[in-house]
Ligand binder design. Structure first.
Ligand code: 13P
Length: 267
């Protein structure tokens, strides 16, 4: 009988689950604080799951204040790779750090699709985030046409390998990877658990080839795309699905709290 690899052996002991809310372009600062307070009432002391909320830039300061002294972490949705300069409309890692931001979503498919972000740009952002002690949540995932064309694993391989170029082994466990099939985002079409687990295991195998099994076993790989309380338990029970990056269901406290509880139950 073969011995299970360290990547599949008791993953919950190696990797704490993460539930991250990507609010996208929703919530004013005041609305964000209201939602945050509702979340804190229920999960403010939750430490068995890493909980991150990612409001728009304009709500970071006030939501950050509401989070002071709490276990829930603050994330941004994007960042410019340069330190400062003539980049109208952009925000640097240092600016985020001064707002007590600890995490940043990078390479989201909406950034790639609507704002022309390339793998090379995402790589610069990942390196800049790490240099500033921000934890990148690197998003990868295929479009429907790519899946139907049998290109899913090739696309995910290129996105992952290019984005991680130059990331040092000692930085790797600060990186969270989010597999978000583009066709499942905001569509209500969730990937089947088998489809998601296949890609998650593939991403982990890429990490094994780039960094070795011991480090690869420590990286959290989240699923994103129409994750809801109803489908989360099955997804979160998969050996390589270490949490969720949640869009729609993070905008309402009840569903987000239920997702955090589902992650806790899956540990
Ligand atoms: P939905 O959960 O709304 O499908 O969005 C997923 C997502 O894009 C999170 O980053």
């Amino acid at each position: 009988m073969s011995t299970p690899s360290s990547a599949t052996q008791t993953p919950h002991l190696i990797r704490k689950k993460v539930i991250a809310g990507n609010w996208k372009m929703n919530k004013t600062a005041a609305e964000g604080v209201t939602l945050t307070k509702e979340l804190l009432d229920e999960i403010g002391r939750e430490t068995s799951v890493d909980v991150v909320i990612c409001p728009p830039f304009t709500a970071l300061a006030s939501v950050g204040q509401a989070l002071e002294g709490q276990a829930v972490k603050l994330g941004a949705q994007n960042m410019h790779p340069e330190k400062n300069g003539a980049f109208t409309g952009e925000i640097s890692a240092e600016m985020l750090r001064t707002l007590y931001v600890t995490h940043v979503i990078l390479g989201h498919s909406e950034r790639r699709q609507y704002f022309g972000e390339t793998d090379a740009l995402v790589n610069k952002k990942v390196l800049a985030a790490l240099a500033n002690e921000l934890r990148p949540s690197l998003c990868v995932g295929e479009t429907l046409a790519e899946r139907e064309g049998g290109k899913t694993l090739d696309v995910v391989r290129t996105q992952t390998e290019v984005a991680l170029a130059g990331v040092k082994p000692e930085q790797l466990t600060s990186v969270i990877i989010a597999y978000e099939p583009v066709w499942a985002i905001g569509t209500g079409k969730v990937a089947t658990t088998a489809q998601a687990q296949e890609v998650h295991a593939f991403i982990r195998s890429l990490l094994v080839s780039l960094y070795g099994a011991a480090l690869a076993a420590k990286v959290r790989i989240l699923y994103g795309g129409s994750m809801k309380p109803a489908n989360a338990p099955e997804l979160l029970a998969q050996p390589d699905i270490d949490g969720g990056l949640i869009g729609g269901a993070s905008l309402e406290s009840r569903s987000f709290v239920e997702l955090v509880k589902a992650a806790k139950a899956a540990m």
